[in-house]
Design a protein around this ligand. Structure first.
Ligand code: FUB
Length: 342
């Protein structure tokens, strides 16, 4: 391998700042961590980063992941188990390449792994695989989920048992190619290039009871500014880029997401899982590395932020998952986290 895992993590970033947290594992590179507590144990579902061709002449081309492995631990700070391969690319009949950020859900004794991959036409689709253990192995459905597309699926199961799928990512995630409802490669590799128009929004749809299909067409999870208008395409510090995640706190629905090329994890709140969401602020300041991707989960009464950075490799495509505490303030806002200690 061009870069060996198992290396000792550096204490400080190249610019001298000290990291707030250390990688959960140095055995392999796990990014885009989606954490869940299943049966009293913490499971982390992430992308398994590997070294690909260094050329990144199309957005995201260097993320060439071929399988998923699940991490678990019985408590934050406890020993981390790296489970055997949960799903491989070659087992997914429709998928050709690039197993990007996944998520998992549990219902009625079954575990569901949701994942994006490009099909043989180079179009990102969303797949689902099922298993009877949280760490897998998972058996993929033969076809991608009909009506779902783009990247970064995450599933939120509400207190009433209803499950919602959130997806989307612009640029390499191709969301800009779906504005007509059909895939249009002519829409290019960036965004809409309409800075005064509403930005592209993440998509949401309720899942069917079997967790394998959409119960309804996907719709925009609209993010509004303080004037009640959709965030604009040119609002680069705040507009949605990728990595949508939904959590519920005190009856309020929190949609958090990456702003991509401005490198923040931002958040917005709503009174329903569909939105509209109102922009509230930043969850996480820029980490080391281009991408930022996270999950927010309550573990034994304490809210946590799982995220990633490139501390271990200093390479864009080789990232490590980390975890820190997250605080909701009395007014419902989230205290912004600096991934470095001042
Ligand atoms: O891991 C590949 C892609 O990078 C993810 O799908 C994005 O969210 C970004 O983290």
């Amino acid at each position: 391998a061009a870069f060996a895992t198992g290396a000792a993590a550096q204490d400080r970033a190249p610019d001298g700042r000290a990291y707030r947290a250390q990688p959960l594992t140095t055995e392999l590179f796990i990014a885009d961590p989606s954490a869940h507590v299943f049966d009293g144990r913490i499971y982390v579902y992430g992308s398994h980063d590997i070294q690909g061709p260094s050329a990144d002449d199309q957005p995201g081309k260097g993320f060439v992941m071929k399988d998923y492995l699940v991490l678990s631990m019985d408590r934050i700070g406890g020993p981390v188990t790296v489970h055997p391969t949960a799903l491989t690319l070659s087992a997914v009949p429709w998928a050709d390449r690039q197993l990007w950020a996944p998520d998992a859900a549990f219902k009625d004794g079954r575990y569901y792994l949701y994942f994006p991959a490009k099909d043989r036409e180079g179009v990102f689709r969303i797949g689902v695989a099922t298993g009877d253990r949280p760490e897998g192995p998972f058996t993929p459905e033969p076809q991608p989920i009909l009506g779902a597309y783009s990247i970064d699926p995450s599933v939120f199961v509400d207190e009433d048992g209803a499950a919602y799928l959130y997806v989307g990512g612009i640029h390499g995630g191709q969301l800009q190619r779906w504005t007509s409802g059909r895939y249009d490669p002519a829409a290019g590799d960036t965004d809409l290039n309409q800075p005064e128009a509403a930005s592209l929004m993440p998509k949401v749809a309720r899942l069917s009871d079997d967790m394998l299909t959409l119960a309804e067409p996907m719709r925009d999870a609209v993010i509004l500014n303080e004037q009640g208008q959709p965030l604009k395409g040119g609002d680069l510090d705040r507009r949605f880029f990728e990595a949508a995640w939904l959590h519920k706190y005190n009856g309020l629905y929190y949609l958090s997401y990456s702003t991509g090329d401005t490198h923040f994890i931002a958040y917005a709140t709503a009174t329903t899982p569909y939105g509209p969401f109102t922009y509230r602020g930043r969850v996480l300041l820029p980490v080391q590395g281009w991408t930022t991707h996270h999950s927010i989960v309550e573990v034994e009464g304490q809210w946590r932020l799982f995220y990633h950075d490139t501390q271990l490799s200093n390479r864009t495509h080789l990232r490590s998952a980390k975890v820190v505490d997250l605080h909701h303030e009395a007014d419902g806002s989230i205290r912004t986290i600096d991934p470095f200690i001042a």
